[in-house]
Design a protein around this ligand. Sequence first.
Ligand code: ARG
Ligand code: ZN
Ligand code: CA
Length: 254
Amino acid sequence: RTGCTTIPVVVHVVHHSDAEDISEEQIASQIETLNADFRNLNADGGTVPEPFALLRADARITFELAGTDPDGAATSGITRTRTSVNGFGADDAVKSSATGGADPWPSGQYLNLWVCRLAGGLLGYAQFPGGPDETDGVVITHTACGSTGTASAPFDLGRTATHEVGHWLNLRHIWGDDGSGCHGSDFVEDTPNQGGPNAGKPSFPTLSCDNAPDGDLFMNYMDYVDDDTMTMFTHGQVTRMQTALAGVRSSIGT
Ligand code: ARG
Ligand code: ZN
Ligand code: CA
């Protein structure tokens, strides 16, 4: 697509406790982070080391809370559901009212973003393009949603959703999901070959797989580093996301 695409988002807040029933402000802070990160307008983009600076790219995607619901009525773009489930897993239960969650809005028109308490330290998970409509979208734990309210360091800058929406637009992990091997690929040409995931706050350069002198692109949103350390998508990743928008996700956004 040429120019910018705006994607309507519905946030399904599924809460077992009052704390999990996060505020509108916390949700707004998450949408703001998505908009900064996907337009390459994030204030921390300047921290990308000089040898990688030219790889930084604008994904030309913006997000807004849906203003119209599936019946055509005005909406805040937020649904709220009390649940008896005290902590969800990665099994998609949060995506169905039959299993204590909230049903999705039509996935051809909306990005469904569920916010709940995920158990076991799971920050979020996403479904790649091409999967079942009933489970399409992304899930994030409330303590990693946005940058205020219950958001908790070191995952308190809204980057879990940036990472998960990257998956939803067909991005793979930057290390190629091959354990720590050097043969896996993210199918993106301008990302260096990388062994395994990085965590925390690595320093530049971090080397693996004979990728000296510049090493891993650990400051990429599709690595596993802390929120304050992930700051960029590459041009190749943008091409892959835009290919998804032109193809398997062509019905979404304007
Ligand atoms: N573990 C999650 C996944 O693989 C997300 C990791 C997000 N990282 C972060 N710094 N917020 O999809
Ligand atoms: Zn991931
Ligand atoms: Ca690898």
